[in-house]
Design a protein around this ligand. Structure first.
Ligand code: ADP
Length: 420
């Protein structure tokens, strides 16, 4: 039975699909299977008893001898890894396009007899196809890397030229912006100067018209004189609006921050419309949040300008109902008070479309030739610039036919904190 198994094992080893040989202590071959005989064309009769190393490729002889000796000495299994186009025994092959010699993987296993290493089993596998595949993959990878490299370089060049263009455009835009700002500043300066210069002769015209009106005139002459005065006054108003707006736009408007009484501000900027409101049958009233300090720091002249402009508009564009002005405290700190102003009317209202541009100069709802309401379209533009100048924000909410509400917030410092 035992002998039968041994025979079967030998038969199996002879017919393995890989090379199998045995090397004795003198490193001579003692077994050479059929696979090796078929592949090398060397019969066991010729090769057995001869040094294994004679079959090894010249460049690897020294290295393989050392490995075999070490295997005998230390009893460790070994694996001779073969890099590309390397082989242990020269065996011709026609399997591959790249290799004419079979690529091989070699395993060395020490075999023990009574606890001592008696021989080495050497297994040789044909790895030509796998090696060729790996080699092809490497070639493909290198090709891909080359393509990616080229694309990256190309993209880099495009990016660099784009960056350059962006830089150039930014520079151009910067210059254009500077030119535009300069032109805008020059325009505002010109307007400021012109409106100021025009007001002086206008005062002369109006003064003389007043004197003329006092003199003896017939009825027609009185009418002509009145027209000169009305038109002259309108022109003076327009000039002063242009002057204010251009001053504010050119950031030439100075603020004069002083202690002021809130109550006095409301009285002086709202109560002057009592007469015109009453004559239209409108109810005009204002309320002041009692939590607001009696005295705060601010520019009373500019505040009066803002409030009276908004109240004037409310009276102008309301035909019945009421106008209410409220000031509420919305934030109170040790140093300052933030307030919310609301000017609400029950007037003609402003369309959604017009609300978007209402704070821009020369915008009027009825700007056609059949204008019903007097005005220049500059009032709200001035109000907007002044609120911004005082560090606040302004907004409108309105519904056509129902009324409008203009709101703005301003923060005022408390007098005591500044005195420190
Ligand atoms: P104007 O001198 O024409 O009053 P403004 O700049 O003060 O100029 O106002 C611009 C336009 O906004 C007005 O012509 C009017 O159409 C609209 N407007 C302003 N305030 C009101 C309001 N309270 N109710 C309705 N429309 C208003």
């Amino acid at each position: 039975m035992h002998q039968k198994i041994e025979r079967l094992i030998k038969e199996g080893i002879q017919n393995l699909d890989e090379g199998f040989c045995l090397v004795d202590k003198d490193l001579n071959l003692s077994f050479w299977n059929k696979w090796l005989e078929d592949k090398t064309g060397i019969s066991p009769g010729t090769v057995l008893g001869t040094p294994f190393i004679d079959l090894v490729r010249p460049g690897a002889k020294e290295y393989v001898t050392k490995r075999l000796q070490n295997a005998f000495r230390f009893g460790q299994k070994d694996h001779l890894s073969q890099s590309f186009n390397k082989y242990l025994i020269k065996i011709k092959t026609s399997k591959s396009k790249s290799f004419s010699v079979m690529q091989q993987k070699v395993f060395i296993t020490p075999l023990l007899v009574e606890g001592k290493i008696d021989a080495l089993a050497i297994v040789i596998q044909d790895v030509t196809i796998e090696t060729e595949r790996i080699q092809q993959l490497n070639i493909n990878r290198k090709d891909l890397e080359k393509i990616i490299d080229e694309r990256t370089k190309h993209l880099k060049t495009i990016m660099q030229s784009l960056e350059l263009k962006v830089e150039e455009r930014t520079e151009d835009l910067k210059k254009a912006k500077e030119v535009a700002e300069h032109a805008s500043q020059a325009k505002s300066n010109f307007l400021t100067m012109m409106s100021h210069e025009l007001r002086t002769p206008m005062n002369g015209v109006l003064g003389m018209a007043h004197l003329l009106k006092e003199s003896t005139l017939d009825e027609d002459q009185q009418k002509y004189c009145d027209t000169i005065l009305t038109s002259g006054n309108m022109l003076t108003q327009l000039l002063s609006d242009i002057l204010d707006l251009s001053k504010a736009e050119a950031k030439m408007q100075k603020t004069d921050i002083k202690a002021f009484s809130f109550e006095e501000l409301m009285v002086s900027s709202v109560d002057l419309f009592d007469g015109s409101a009453k004559s239209k049958g409108l109810d005009l009233s204002w309320t002041l949040d009692p939590k607001i300090e009696k005295t705060l720091l601010g520019d009373m002249t500019l505040l009066k300008r803002i409030i009276s402009n908004l109240v004037g508009n409310a009276v102008k564009f309301t035909h019945d109902g009421k106008i209410t002005i409220t000031v509420q405290l919305i934030e109170d700190t040790l140093e300052s008070q933030k307030t919310l102003f609301q000017i609400t009317d029950t007037g003609i209202g402003v369309s959604k479309e017009q609300q978007k541009e209402i704070f821009e100069p020369f915008i009027q709802a009825d700007s056609g030739s059949t204008r019903k309401y007097e005005g220049t379209g500059l009032g709200l533009a001035i109000v907007y610039e002044l609120v911004v100048l005082l560090g606040g924000t302004i907004d409108i909410s309105s519904e056509e036919g129902k009324g409008s509400c203009f709101t703005f917030t301003l923060t005022f410092e408390k007098p005591s904190t500044v005195a420190d």
